[in-house]
Design a binder for this molecule. Structure first.
Ligand code: MSP
Length: 617
């Protein structure tokens, strides 16, 4: 038998307080069952008004203005998973955070009061073993890996607002308070437990799910048989309410195809799960029983709430909740969907707290078809990619080329081709050649307002349609399609300039010269709009485009989505000296020590402006 639970009656708090539990259920039914847990609000917003974006972190390109009052702004709280610190971050762990940052930046453009939460999950057996293997104490080990995550987020331009560590004292206080609430609600009891445990998943497994030799299908390592006396969470009591919640709120789990999977798990019958460990010291002690520590998931999930606390605030649930709970969106990988879409909502229901509005389970980055991961050791080093190609290239590639929700494979050739074609050619080169023509023929000065220049012009209509398309895709978390819509603006701009051939018109003089000058304004206005619409994905590149168009960094930082309306560029605006905004990645053939020639990709920096060299270095 893979799994066995024996109730130890004297400790079975669940039975002792069952009458209270049922009366709670009844009263919740009367108060409109799910309404209590869900604020039924879509993720979208159509209110675009002018203002400054807000982010309280200190990432290099964040649009920080902590002095701006956002008291009336709609809140948008989103989370990444809290990453295990058993090993340094890899590209798979960076992926969710890049996506979260792009969504957060988009929501800031809509003038929402965004709180982007990320952090590290630092307790448990897996972390303690990793520390021991390194010859360091768990605390030292966690400090160092957690810091590596922060450095990577800086390299990738992640403008997070909160970074929570599950070893923070405020977090510990909140976990204990939450545990006590669930206990008081009669949902925790003590029992013996026997089963097959995967340390990498930090989860007891069902024997049916396992491969040969009891191997975990995710980590391909054998699970170990364990028997323990633990505290349990009475998940099974929430079966009906979870079923109803999922039926009544079909958007709760996204993409929609993952909802079926979650409904399947719930329908197949929910089993109570153990929420403490007797054999693990590195964790938060169970209140009133310091021989047991709280199970990592019952600890880490609470990080989404404890992150909301300011360091100076009293660490209690009420303060944290009033600072932004419930979250609008939990972004996670598909492997941890069960914890977020089944366990977590039931835990929140038990504690009488609201449910997050949406859980989005994305796919995996794979290498040779296998999930890239620390346990399998087939990872891609994100810092190396950023140092070689720049953060914009890394962000763009993974968000454009991997459909958000599905799996995606990485190959360096594809990476280079896509980045050169889209960022260096379609966008970068279009800007550079247009500015070159403007410099040569119009002293880098716009001859006419872009709104007047484009009256009755088909390119303007195309851009307006595409930018609206991009907005809708961003709203729906279709990040790849949003990139595609913006890229289409660039394609349309290239087709337009090639068709109009302003270089010939300038030579003809007279009215042809005027048409050419007007065409350049039209193309540059399209590029200005690209700089805003692609900003969530490639913030550094977009700033460079904006400054090439003669704006200051402050002006760029004040931009909102409303500024994607056609007509921003005005007559008399002077453009900067044309400088390539994005260097091509070149394959250099080098002779190595053995005299064999090898190909090495690097970014062509010689034509890059000084500032870009600095930020890309
Ligand atoms: N600590 C838990 C999460 C607790 S949240 C309260 C955890 N940590 S993890 O480090 O193992 O994984 C964190 C996230 O990284 C998960 O969403 C996981 O799906 C994601 N990824 C890890 N490898 C990945 C890929 N190869 N591809 C895409 N995402 C992957 O689980």
């Amino acid at each position: 038998m893979a799994f066995r639970v024996h109730h130890s009656m004297q400790n079975s708090l669940w039975f002792l307080s069952s009458s209270r539990f049922y009366s709670t259920i009844q009263s919740q039914r009367v108060h409109s069952r799910n309404q209590k847990y869900f604020c039924k609000k879509s993720l979208s917003s159509s209110s675009f008004s002018k203002g400054v974006r807000y982010c309280s972190c200190n990432a290099t390109t964040s649009n920080t203005d902590a002095n701006v009052s956002h008291s009336n702004a709609e809140a948008f709280v989103l989370t990444t998973p809290l990453y295990y610190v058993n090993a340094p971050p890899h590209m798979g762990s960076a992926y969710t955070t890049i996506a979260a940052d792009a969504i957060a930046r988009f929501q800031r453009l809509l003038r929402k009061k965004v709180i982007l939460i990320t952090g590290t999950d630092e307790h448990g057996e897996k972390i303690a073993s990793a520390a021991a293997a390194n010859g360091s104490s768990p605390r030292e080990h966690c400090d160092s890996v957690s810091q590596a995550y922060k450095l990577l987020w800086r390299d990738l331009d992640i403008a997070y607002d909160k970074f929570i560590r599950t070893t923070d004292s405020k977090h510990e206080a909140l976990v204990k308070e939450f545990y006590s609430k669930v206990l008081a609600n009669g949902d925790i009891y003590r029992a013996d437990y026997e089963g097959l445990y995967c340390v990498n998943c930090e989860e007891y497994k069902d024997e049916k799910e396992l491969l040969e030799n009891n191997c975990c299908p995710m980590h391909l390592k054998p699970c170990v048989r364990r028997k323990e006396d633990n505290y349990f969470f009475a998940l099974s009591k929430y079966q009906k309410r979870l079923e109803d919640t999922l039926t009544e709120n079909p958007d709760f789990v996204q993409p929609s195809f993952r909802l079926n999977e979650v409904q399947g798990w719930v329908k197949s019958g929910l089993r109570d799960f153990s929420i403490s460990r007797a054999s693990v010291d590195w964790g938060i002690a169970v209140p009133n029983d310091d021989k047991q520590t709280i199970y990592v998931w019952f600890d880490a999930l609470l990080g989404y709430i404890s992150a909301l606390l300011d360091d100076k605030e009293q660490p209690n649930l009420q303060s944290a909740i009033s600072s932004g709970w419930p979250a609008s969106l939990h972004l996670i990988g598909k492997d941890i969907l069960r914890f977020h879409a089944v366990y977590w909502p039931a835990m929140l229901m038990s504690a009488g707290l609201s449910l997050p509005k949406m859980v989005f389970g994305h796919g995996f980055l794979t290498k040779d078809g296998l999930k890239m991961g620390k346990s399998l050791g087939n990872t891609l080093e994100p810092t190396d990619l950023v140092h070689r190609f720049g953060s914009d290239a890394v962000r763009y590639f993974f968000l454009k080329e991997v459909e958000f929700g599905s799996d995606g494979d990485y190959s360096e050739d594809r990476f280079i081709n896509i980045i050169n074609a889209h960022l260096a050619n379609t966008i970068g080169n279009l800007l550079n050649r247009t500015l070159g023509l403007l410099k040569k023929n119009c002293q880098s000065t716009l001859a006419i307002d872009s709104a007047i220049a484009a009256e009755g012009n088909a390119l303007k209509d195309t851009v307006e349609k595409l930018v609206e398309k991009a907005r809708l895709h961003y709203e729906n978390l279709e990040l790849s399609a949003a990139c595609e819509a913006v890229l289409e603006i660039g394609n349309a701009g290239n087709v337009y300039i090639d068709g109009q051939a302003p270089w010939s018109l300038f030579k003809k003089g007279g009215s042809a010269f005027e048409i050419a000058a007007k065409d350049l304004v039209i193309v540059l206005e399209a590029l200005r709009i690209i700089a805003i619409a692609l900003y969530p994905i490639t913030p550094r590149l977009c700033l460079r485009i904006y400054t090439q168009l003669g704006y200051s960094e402050d002006q760029f930082n004040a931009v909102t989505w409303n500024d994607t309306k056609w007509g921003g560029l005005k007559r008399g605006q002077v453009m900067a000296q044309p400088n390539p905004v994005f260097g091509r990645i070149e394959l250099e053939t080098e002779a190595n020590n053995a005299g064999v020639s090898t190909k090495k990709a690097s970014k062509k920096m010689n034509k890059m402006p000084k500032t870009q060299k600095a930020v890309e270095a």
